[in-house]
Design a protein around this ligand. Sequence first.
Ligand code: C2E
Ligand code: MG
Ligand code: MG
Length: 265
Amino acid sequence: RARAHLQVEADLHSALEHSEFELHFQPQVDAHTHDVVGCEALLRWNHPERGLVYPGDFIEHAEDNGLITRIGDWVIRAALAEARRLPNHVKVSVNISPLQIHSSNLMTTIVNAIAANKIDPRRLELEITETVLTSDTNFTLKRLHKLKEIGVGIALDDFGTGYSSLNYLKTLPVDILKIDRSFVDECASSPEDSKICATIIGLAETLGFTTIAEGVENQAQFDFLHTNGCDEYQGYFFHRPSDADYIEGLLNKCTEGKLEKNVGG
Ligand code: C2E
Ligand code: MG
Ligand code: MG
């Protein structure tokens, strides 16, 4: 096992050196207009032997060996370079690992990437999970507030899983709650999941947050969430994550960023 770990670490170093990482983007659409309002950047690894590798197979390793901060910096720079090529009203969301929040480079990387690409900081949204608050809470909160001060948005990813504590909603400077796919999956058929989704949407509305449902795959899920007031949607029902060229072509083709359901499958 130790040898396998070392091999993955060496492979990840090599991936950074040989530019094997790539970002795919998945559109996020507005409930009423179906306009694309944002895109989530999702990391992919073009491994020379294994082919396309998904984050579930390597992010945890990168967190264990500390490489996540270097990889995360690359993701921020690449996502903002892409934001420059997308229509101005489209935001870009970037997943931030809890370890990255503590990285000394984080603020500089973000500020420099915003400046280098001359984009409005409000177009950047960081997706964090509640686990960011499991260590050094004061430092994390200060850092998140600082990011919010410069205009960057904060989304709470996978909301409702993990260490969900309502206290986090009071202390974290959050703008958006992302309803986890595990609740969305059966929101139209399971009485429990439908109540959980409706409650999250109601809670977010009361607290003044935007809600986005992730993993929306069919009309029944969309109809249920829409009826209950969910603001934004992301999922295969609208679009799968695709490479930057495809997303750019799609967004520039759709007048004013409007996206028809199931375009391109
Ligand atoms: P996440 O941030 O919750 O991202 C959503 C995941 O759901 C993505 O998986 C996406 O491809 C998938 N998805 C979207 N719509 C649907 C749908 O309708 N049905 C189904 N079944 N799945 C859908 P992906 O790309 O494999 O990413 C998995 C996780 O890896 C992400 O979950 C995120 O936690 C992490 N991740 C991805 N990119 C990065 C990154 O750049 N940095 C860090 N630290 N983590 C990342
Ligand atoms: Mg995410
Ligand atoms: Mg998520």
